[in-house]
Ligand binder design. Structure first.
Ligand code: NDP
Length: 400
């Protein structure tokens, strides 16, 4: 029986779990395990009866490797899908190693006390996973995730050599709040308040946060302001795309979001340094998370679309060529289908597909790998089939 153990039961996990249940030929059984078991039980209650997938639930603290090992031994899954937070990646990888179980996640490891993310910690497990004969698939969300699959697909089918990649992430959804984040606020704010950077001619160029702004006219959305950020797939694509000269990542932000963020930063509310408050130690950013709207509550209120994709420039048969691959996703359609907004949807669907690739052994490569290292074709087919159809343009507007 093909079984997955899903760790975490938040916004992204909820979508992935809905999708596993739609795909019960592959996901014959799933175990949903998270810190708060009542959330897993509520989702099980909602979905069982609508699916052939057998659902069980468990409580687990993913910071506790011994508890994870005991759970994996009990469930005996073909894959562990880590949809908790980036802080838990290494502990879950340790438990997968101890039990020789395949692993996927959607975000690279980040230490809780330092706002810094990079692949080095997880890449250090390469040899151990290879020797154990198990596969770790890193970054199977949308960005990272589908952006890497798009890159591998473009290289395989459209180019002899890709020299420039611009990854554009546009969320034109409106949830009606002056300030809210579309996924875990703590992770989101750590990401967008960090310095920006891009890869050019073999080295990193660092920028101040939000220093580089461009306007792009997104298909099916229209012109939006977007800002250059550092993003984790830049690091792996810089290594895995031969002939690459430059990779940049841009994300759209509205003025209200930026004004609120600046103000929160200026007063110290986004800090991750502990402070003493009325005799208790608190972390300002965690307190801010507690007062912000829960991203999982945004689904019914969010209207509009997302457009996430990659613009490639390179050479084919000796000629310069550009090519744009993207997906457009509608917040309200996602909500009608799975009860979540499009940011969780565009992450949860690729997480399910990544789990499927390993569970069916369509992708099997012992070691620790980023998604662009696998054959993109079955993943691209699955995107069309499972709710994230992609579109292509052979004459895209380029980003200056
Ligand atoms: P949420 O905060 O909504 O959910 C996180 C879940 O993990 C919650 O169920 C939480 O439990 C659980 N959890 C947290 N700590 C532990 C622990 N120690 N042990 C067990 N369970 C734990 O986050 P999101 O769903 O928004 O994000 C999930 C992941 O997806 C993040 O890593 C995020 O970075 C990533 N992401 C990736 C994207 C991509 O495109 N690649 C885009 C968006 C997000 P509890 O309910 O008790 O809090």
């Amino acid at each position: 029986m093909k079984k997955a153990l899903i760790i975490g039961c938040g916004g992204v996990a909820s979508v992935a779990i809905h999708k596993c249940c739609q795909n019960s030929k592959v996901f014959e059984e799933i175990c949903i395990a998270s810190r708060t078991k009542s959330k897993c039980d509520a989702l099980k209650e909602k979905l069982q009866g609508t699916t052939k997938t057998k659902i069980t639930t468990a409580q687990v603290d993913a910071n506790d490797v011994a508890a994870l090992i005991a759970l994996i031994k009990k469930v005996q899954p073909g894959v562990v899908m880590n949809l908790a937070l980036p802080y838990q990646d290494l502990k879950i990888m340790d438990a997968c190693l101890a039990t020789k179980t395949n692993y996927i996640d959607t975000a690279n490891y980040e230490p809780e006390d330092t706002a810094k993310f990079e692949y080095s910690w997880q890449w250090a497990y390469r040899k151990k996973f290879e020797e154990a004969g198990i596969t770790a698939l890193l970054g199977s969300g949308f960005d990272p995730g589908v952006t890497g699959v798009f890159s591998a697909y473009a290289l395989k089918h459209q180019f002899d050599e890709i020299n420039h990649i611009d990854i554009l992430d546009c969320n034109a959804g409106d949830h009606g709040y002056p300030f809210a984040t579309n996924f875990n606020p703590e992770i989101n704010i750590r990401e967008v308040s960090a310095k920006g950077s891009y890869w050019e001619n073999g080295h990193w160029v660092e920028t101040e946060p939000m220093e580089i702004k461009r306007v792009y006219d997104f298909p099916q959305i229209g012109p939006k302001d977007m800002y250059l950020l550092h993003h984790e797939e830049l690091e792996s694509l810089a290594l895995n795309m031969p002939g690459i000269h430059r990779i940049r990542f841009f994300m759209t932000f509205g003025q209200s979001y930026l004004t609120h963020l600046k103000c929160l930063e200026d007063v110290g509310m986004t800090s991750i340094k502990p402070i003493n408050f009325e005799g208790k130690e608190i972390i300002p950013l965690q307190f801010l998370k507690a007062v912000l709207p829960d991203p999982s509550s945004l689904g019914p209120r969010t209207k509009g679309k997302t457009n996430i994709g990659c613009i490639f420039r390179g050479k084919k048969d000796g000629k310069e060529k550009s090519y744009y691959l993207y997906n457009v996703c509608d917040h309200q359609e996602c909500y009608r289908e799975v009860g979540s907004q499009a940011v969780a949807y565009t992450t949860g669907v690729p997480a399910m597909i990544g789990g499927m690739m390993l569970l069916t052994e369509t992708w099997k490569k012992p070691g620790v790998h980023n998604i662009e290292e696998f054959d993109p074709d079955p993943f691209m087919d699955a995107l069309n089939r499972w709710g994230l159809p992609w579109q292509e343009s052979f004459h895209p507007d380029l980003v200056e």
